[in-house]
Design a protein around this ligand. Structure first.
Ligand code: KIV
Ligand code: NA
Length: 266
């Protein structure tokens, strides 16, 4: 197939074709993701939890993201590679650019994902996109804000909170983001933001109306320790192999079969 690119993702939104995104942390899983025809591989800082065993994503360092991103890049050829800027992407004005130089220049990512919409984050999004590094924003239940939220809690349930997430979505688009991951918000808010934005919106626990879906690969293979998040689904259950499970996930996202009502929040 032709390589997936930032312009081709915009075309998919325009044509109403669902975008399939899945995390990967090493070359072997990246190869499985590539062969299943997933559109976007995400080196998520969720690796701090599912690979390193931490309770949150906060301990993950830029060096570790570079290491995992380079490994994933070696397993891909046509899949777009997005990687997370770890905790405190806005620690200073130059940091986002250093992350760009290392994750895109050194490790081979095509796009950086950054959580939040604070003034500093909007500046970082703008600074990166000005230097032709595409940015994927990330709003809603942003896991790097776990201490502020008091846990991994659904965001945007009350009217004011929903308005805040909605306005943040418009702001990250204005700052230059080319993609938005929207996590852990009511399905109605996911639909409203998806309709309002020109850029594609990839949901995780944000309802079925988003332009695409993303999951943590170990969640959708049923091997993440502990309770499976409500918004995820074990696609390996009843199937013979990892490659079949990933292909079933991709098919269900494209057909709209996933996420079902049971994976969404009201
Ligand atoms: O780190 C991650 O895996 C993520 C996705 C859950 C969107 O940010
Ligand atoms: Na992340």
């Amino acid at each position: 197939r032709k390589p997936v690119t930032v312009p081709s993702l915009h075309a998919m939104k325009a044509e109403g074709r669902k975008i399939v995104m899945l995390t990967a942390y090493d070359a072997s899983f990246a190869t499985q993701v590539e062969q299943a025809g997933v559109d976007i591989a995400l080196v998520g800082d969720s690796l701090g939890m599912v690979v390193q065993g931490h309770r949150s994503t906060l301990p993950v360092t830029l060096d570790q993201m570079v290491y995992h991103t380079a490994a994933v890049a070696r397993g891909l050829s046509t899949t777009l590679l997005v990687t997370d800027v770890p905790f405190l992407a806005d620690r200073d004005a130059a940091y986002a650019l250093e992350a760009g130089a290392r994750l895109v220049g050194e490790a081979g990512a095509a796009m950086l994902k950054i959580e939040g919409a604070s003034p500093h984050i909007l500046e970082a999004i703008h600074a990166l996109t000005e230097r032709v590094i595409p940015v994927c924003a990330h709003l809603g239940l942003t896991p790097q804000s776990v201490h502020k939220f008091g846990g991994f809690k659904i965001q945007g349930r009350e009217h004011d909170a929903a308005e805040r997430v909605y306005n943040e979505a418009l702001a990250v688009q204005d700052a230059g983001a080319d993609l938005l991951v929207l996590e852990g918000v009511p399905a109605a808010l996911g639909e409203r933001i998806t309709k309002a934005l020109k850029i594609p919106v990839i949901g995780i626990g944000a309802g079925p109306q988003c332009d695409g879906q993303v999951l943590v690969i170990y969640d959708m293979l049923g091997i993440t320790p502990g309770k499976r998040p409500k918004f995820s689904k074990d696609f390996l259950a009843g199937r013979q192999s990892v490659s079949e499970a990933i292909a079933a996930y991709a098919a269900d996202v494209r057909s709209g079969a996933f996420p079902a009502a049971e994976h969404s929040f009201n």
